[in-house]
Ligand binder design. Structure first.
Ligand code: PLP
Length: 395
């Protein structure tokens, strides 16, 4: 007899499942699919990082690693935070784990009690709400649509705070919108947060380096909230290392200790070999990061140009990450090639079936009426995708 816990039953099934099944079906029938639904850089991991991993194997970094990570890696992260972000986290305050995803979940499970509220600006990355559910907390969603560049205002933040608020989860540059909060915009949020010392601020800065504004302000750099700010980051996006599974949290010592305790009972230290590769990423030349950033910026310009020409789409100019999040609500309620488009899921499915372009429905990010397109793919694929989208929407 199947017996699945209520905890797992309460989790949402991956929103992209139906889309990927359909996509696989069409591919099996011979269709030339273009995948704009992917959340990872399309570059190979830089050579010097791969070499470090090979060396690690030869040098027998094949045993269990310390639960919070090897000290040289934690020192390298502490140094990176100091020099790149101007923030102070001692190596003891850093816990390395199997990806930023695990770090986020570690922190949520370590400080959220049943009923505690977590403020999440939406659209937001798919997993935040599910992680809060795992901790039996309550997500308080604060909507910020395209007309406010997908960024919440200080007034919205203040209105969302209650006695039960325990955490604010902020992602900048953002998945799924690419929006980047400026220093002044963050300061305005900090001015609200400083009145509520019980709120932990968790800043997901995983897209830090894929930023086209020319400057990045870390949430931990504001002295008013620095002692209760947790940074989440990792090597996945900046160094094209999604499969290596290394991320970290940098947290107040009490919280770092708590996540260390949780991780010690759950997964132990992250892969020893991948940690040595991550150390090489942080301590080696940063030119590879800049090269990839420039490629993404060029593609951002291309996709914004092409998407702005699609009739009925409302598009902004994302300042970071590698996503575009157009408002496609114009098409909702319309009939395309005999198919009634009831919602953004139907629209994404329509593009999949008629343009052979895979995207993700905005509802997956708690913002119906939109779709997410990833431009972590070649210029040629982006151009071809938009030719087909234009054709599919023309009749
Ligand atoms: C906003 C955001 N945070 C965290 C992650 C997870 O990153 P990692 O691969 O390090 O687990 C992702 C990955 O897609 C992401 O988009």
């Amino acid at each position: 007899m199947e017996h699945i816990s209520q905890r797992v039953q309460s989790l949402a099934q991956s929103a992209t499942l139906a889309m990927s099944q359909k996509s696989a079906e069409l591919k099996a029938q011979g269709a030339d699919m273009i995948n704009l639904s992917i959340g990872e850089p399309d570059f190979n991991t830089p050579e010097h990082i791969k070499e470090a991993a090979k060396r690690a194997i030869d040098e027998n970094y094949t045993y269990y690693s310390p639960v919070p990570g090897f000290m040289p890696l934690r020192r390298a992260i502490s140094q990176k935070l100091k020099t790149e972000n101007g923030v102070d986290y001692a190596p003891e305050q850093i816990v390395v784990s199997g990806g930023a995803k695990q770090s986020l979940c570690n922190v949520i499970l370590s400080c959220i009690n049943p009923g505690d509220e977590v403020i999440i600006p939406v659209p937001a990355w798919v997993s935040y709400v599910e992680m809060v559910k795992l901790a039996e907390g309550k997500s308080v969603l604060v909507p910020a649509a395209i007309d406010q560049d997908f960024k919440i205002t200080p007034e919205q933040l203040r209105a969302a705070i209650t006695e039960r608020t325990r955490m604010l989860l902020l992602c900048s540059p953002s998945n799924p919108t690419g929006s980047v909060y400026s220093k002044a915009e963050l300061q305005a949020l900090v001015d609200v947060l400083k009145d509520y010392p019980q709120i932990i601020v968790m800043a997901d800065e995983i897209y830090e380096h894929i930023n086209f504004t020319g400057s990045f302000t870390s949430m931990a750099s504001f002295p008013e909230i620095a002692d209760r700010t947790v940074l989440i980051n990792g090597v996945s996006k900046a160094y094209a290392m999604t499969g290596w599974r290394i991320g970290f949290c940098a947290a107040p010592l009490w919280l770092a200790k708590a996540t260390n305790k949780l991780q010690g009972q759950y997964t132990s230290g992250a892969s020893s070999i991948a940690q040595k590769a991550a150390e090489a990423a942080y301590t080696g030349s940063q030119q590879c990061v800049e090269d990839m950033r420039q490629a993404f910026e060029r593609r951002r310009d291309l996709i914004v140009d092409l998407a702005s020409k699609v009739p009925g789409w409302k598009v902004n100019k994302p300042q970071g990450a590698f996503y575009l999040f157009p408002d496609v609500s114009h098409y909702i309620g319309k009939t395309l090639r005999g198919k009634k488009i009831e919602n953004d899921g139907d629209f994404a499915m329509y593009l999949l079936e008629n343009a052979h372009v895979a995207t993700v429905a905005g509802s997956a990010f708690c913002m119906p009426g939109y779709i997410r397109l990833s431009y972590a793919t070649s210029d040629e694929n982006i151009r071809k995708a938009f030719d087909r989208i234009q054709k599919a929407l023309a009749d």
